[in-house]
Design a protein. Sequence first.
Length: 723
Amino acid sequence: MTQTKRMRHNLPSPPGEGPGVRPVMRHNLPSPPGEGPGVRPLFCLLLALLSLMARAGNVVTLPTVTGAPGDEVTLTVSLQNTDAVSAVQVQCRVDDGLAVVAGSEVLSDRAAAHSARVGIRDGVLNIMVWSNALAPLQGSSGEVLSFRVVLGNEPSTIALVASRVTLTDPDGNPVAATATDGSVTIGAPKVQLASRDIDYGHIPIRDTYHQSLQVTNVGNVPLTVTGIDPSAPEFSSETAFPLVIAAGATDYVDLTYRPVERGAIEETVRLLSDNIAGTNTIRLTADPFAVNELHVGDASGIADSTVTIHLRVNNMDAISGFQLEFDLPEQLRYVDGSFALSSRKADHQLTVTHHGQHLTAIAWSLTDGATFSGEDGDIATFDVTLSGRYGTELRASKAMLTATYRGKDMDVLSDHYGGWIDIQSPQLNATDQLDLGATPVTETAQGTVNVYNGGGAPLRIDRVVFDTLGFTVAEAMPLVIEPWQSVDLHVTYDGQEQAPYAAWMQLYSNDPDHRLHNIRVTGSRYAPNFLSFTADEVVNGADLLVHVDLGNYDPIEGLQFDLHYPQWFTPTGEYTVVDRAQGFSVAQRTVGQGVTRCFVYSLADGTMAPGEGRILTLPFTTDPDTPEGEYTLTIDNIKAGTGALTDKYAGAEEQCTVTVSHRLWGDVNLDGTVDVADVNIVVNIILGLDQASNYDGRADVDSNGYVDVGDVNELVNIILGKD
């Protein structure tokens, strides 16, 4: 007797059936001989494993399809089987990008006796094909089932990967199977914007402004941007459309704004494209304003000159009036009454107040709606006098431009700017000390002051003033010195007072920092009372005559001086007084080695009248062994006394040079040769026609103490070369 066992299979119930109506499947597997039902499980398990190992090649193929968002596409499930299969169940986890079309299941000819159901629940796609009669599918390969799904709007690729595959045979037993993955691709572009808010900021009207909108295509097919749709006509784009952006790429769309009216705005612009998911709208904000600017013009001039300041206004609104205030820098001085409106005025009135360095100007019109003409140009001017050396900035400390906007008078000034006032100034450079030195009262003291202009404008010396009489400047005033040039001022002084002097020399100029330049002038005046002396050339052994000369401005009543001489010279104590010193005596005494002090005086209170010339001669003897050469004599410690017992000598020490040469034996007349002229002198001495003393012993040729015929014979022998 064959035993059978009732088996239940875990196939899902077909729609409309519960577990109680599922078919009962009986399997007619015989029991092994000698065994009852209790010993069959192990044998059945082994038999089932061997059966599964013998079966292969049951493959479910899931579909691969592509569509656009919203498309309804057909998915086909195929089966290649080597075993008889009566039921198929496949489960895949999917996202919400798919929606099964209800009732769209269509079974192929292979499943003519079967039922099918496809649905998505909790993110799982369930595909089921079964037969209530456990009828097998026809054939061994091909389509089993098709159904339709609606694609979502988000670009994506939905993988169809079987998380569970169940096949059963006509007996209801599981059949081994695998699955080939599929996919559903939703092909679409997708816009991703870097920002959905663009602010153009605080900007002037009547100009063009650009912002770049960054657009990224995060879809999987190219994105085509066809243009923009702004909510206001002031917005446009300079991008060349259509703009194609590849999948995954980024590009930029220009958003151009041309404001024509002041006032904050908020607008939108929509990006036109084939993007079907998300919003493409961008919010645009801006705060445009009208440009109404005040400009203080630059100016340039020389210190102390007057320049005109130009006030220029460039305006987009119709300007009806203004109020301007300036705190003038110290380098600028307002010229009273110089503020004036330009030709842009209508019937405008002007009020100007000036207190110290504060300047206020107000312009208005009594006529309603009267405005300054034009949109650019000077609106007013005023004059300032330049002072100081350096330039300065001039800008309004307060500025208002009035206009009527939307029926209300308001300040429409958008900004105001200062101007640079360049001051070109001279710069006086000169010494503050001038020493004219010591000069005799018989001459004019002279000196020069070099004045250099180190500035960038001409230096004008208007006048030169001395606080002491006797001073003059040779140059005519006013004197102009160009930039980077210099001029010498020639200063003279002719005062007669014999004393040191000092005076202030004052230069008045247009140097803004040194209107008055003081120079201390010093010097001294003296009477030109000078001694000088000379000496004749001498032969060694002969007498030396030292001649003393006096040049005096004052009457001189007495002289004193020390005469320094070398060891080869000896004063004789004698002297000879000439006409200028008639009545004067000379006293000499030795005050040191080679120093003799001389006193020249008059016992009768005589004077040496002013003048020049020789006053005396002092004789010296020279040693016969004096070496040939030049010797220096010096006079110092010189004093010249006047009637007031005042030393009026003006000089210092004096020197002269004495040339000493060797005596030629027999050269009586010292003419450098021995000839008949020397014989004649000796003969004249013998005859009493000449004095031997006049020749200082040179006539005693034979050195016997007498001048006689023996000296004549000696001379003849020298001339004839016999001696």
